[in-house]
Write a protein that binds this ligand. Sequence first.
Ligand code: NAP
Ligand code: MG
Length: 402
Amino acid sequence: MKKIVMTTPLVEMDGDEMTRILWKMIKDELLTPFIELKTEYYDLGLEHRNETDDQVTIDSANATKKYGVAVKCATITPNAARMTEYDLKEMWKSPNGTIRAMLDGTVFRAPIVVKGIEPGVKSWKKPITIARHAYGDVYKNSEMVIPGPGKVELVYTAEDGSEVRELVHNYKSAGIVQGMHNLNDSIESFARSCFNYALDTKQDLWFATKDTISKKYDHTFKDIFQEIFEKEYEEKFKEAGITYFYTLIDDAVARVVKAEGGFIWACKNYDGDVMSDMVSSAFGSLAMMTSVLVSPQGYYEYEAAHGTVQRHYYKHLKGEETSTNSVATIFAWTGALRKRGELDNNTELMAFAEKLERATIQTIEDGKMTKDLALITTLNNVTVLNSEEFIKEIRKTLEKEA
Ligand code: NAP
Ligand code: MG
């Protein structure tokens, strides 16, 4: 069989622990036998990040800006325990944080729906994609404990020295206070990423804030979305047959649990943090969740939504058998390959991505799956496979289809 040829390389970001093991198996079994795989390889494994003083992470983000599409393996975000485990020079920052800051994007997370893994919410028939704004609000706040009576004010000092003040509270007793911010530029790129992604995937877009209570802060989010929609996207949405729908966050939550799915739910940073865990666990499993970072300049970085599955890796190191689910990592690759195909007009590559996704889903629907899914499936007589057997089984399904 002739292998599929690629014209432009993908940026390949290798990672850590169990997902690094799966990464190699996926390439060996499911990709290189079928594609002349062209990648520019960056090793974001913690050892190599440490050796390069984390320069490799920056280089990989710059390469993503050059080529447009990246695929990333899960990576360790170092903490105190990892400092000793890997004898690190520094507690390096989260690679995802570094990459997000450089590409300035929005993270889209969608469940992979298969028969036999039923959503906890009965009305959900199609995936719900969460689009989470990844800048500011409570994640970049400043806080104070107020020890006793006194006054707290917000003070804005302009460059010319003039001041605007706003009373937060006149404390009669002890309490707490929090200040947070956002930037119009960041909200605008969030809005454009969401509108573009809706057009790309031909799904309706929902957005919600609490603008009735937060008449300046949240209202600005609402206004920026509305303005950009009317100016740049309304016509395109009509042509694509999709809609943009704004409502209050509490109304959105109530509607989401009664909806069928099949739309994108844009969330402010905190709402996205909370709601993406609700949506992913209600759909079944973090190992069945895709994640893509989309920048307003049109750069794409695909990854799995879960981490490096450390517990399984330690078992693997002890020579014990693991049953780690590789679906989200496979879909990171197919997402990136499909996007590369789209950008290069490589229909063969796009078709292969589709086929590999179908083979993966088919394998599970045929009752062959890893332990995490076997525990929650509604299918009877399933076969529980180990990490490697599952990938090999997908290859069999793929070759049958070919
Ligand atoms: P995790 O890797 O997501 O795993 C947590 C638990 O979820 C696992 O122990 C396992 O449960 C289950 N699980 C997750 N993915 C699975 C899969 N593919 N197949 C089967 N089970 C799966 O989170 P963590 O253990 O908290 O974090 C480990 C490392 O990942 C940390 O160093 C963290 O910094 C990093 N991390 C990276 C990213 C990223 O790069 N995007 C994201 C999150 C965390 P059982 O043990 O019960 O089987
Ligand atoms: Mg969270």
